[in-house]
Design a protein. Sequence first.
Length: 288
Amino acid sequence: MDYTLPTTVEEAIKTLREANGKGRIIAGGTDVLLDLKAGKYTADLLVDVSRIPELQDIRVENGVLLIGAAVTMTKIIRSELVKKYAPSLAKAADRVGSPQIRNAATLIGNVATAQPAADGAMALATLEPEFTIEGADGKRALGMSEMYAGFAKSKVDSTKEIVTFIRIPCLKEGEASEFIRLDKRKSLALPMLNTSVTARRKNEKFEWVRVAMGPVGIGPTRAKKSEEWIAKKDITKDNIHQAALMVLEDSNPRSSPFRGSREYRMKMLPLIVEQAFTSVAEQLGFEV
């Protein structure tokens, strides 16, 4: 297998095109290399984008937080911009794998693997990110739900194109977010459940709320019925409790020898969602 380190996005795309479908993009490689070894797919060429300068950036432009494809979880955890404008993302990144994995793994890779409970992806799911994708046919943008073609299947073809940036609207005054994970141990374990909640307050009410949860479907799953029910309602303990119970209407977890039974997770999911809701409410200045 050959390996190349392009220094520009254009060079990486050109290299992929010349490989005629036998090349594959990597950045951290923490998932790709394991999948190759397991025979999930093959590649004659690995195109490593981790040394492309523009893809190593975290910056803010016009109220949008930009995170490049080569940005590692460790860099996200340490970034003052992420801590300020997307604190739940910094928290989620700190729960991915071990320090060695976080030093190599990238946030975009965490989404591109399309796992239903990837921690970085879960935090992103309620922050309304937009993904910029570039290839030989040009540039396109996808929202969070559009990144998933099925269980562990991404709509991004890494033999032909690159996710170059994630664009995340910066949290504003009166907005807050939280990420919660339930697991058997603190590191190197798949989450039994995880969730993220982002909300905006208007006076004494939730103006809007976004709730994501996993693994209860394909990718991070939005709790639409809960979101719609609590919007425009007072920020109270009772309303938060009811909204947390309603997430079960949009969830369908399976029993797993690693993550626990369906019955156990159906009981625990509202509890961690309520915990995330409560944290968001407290960040917004309410005692619930």
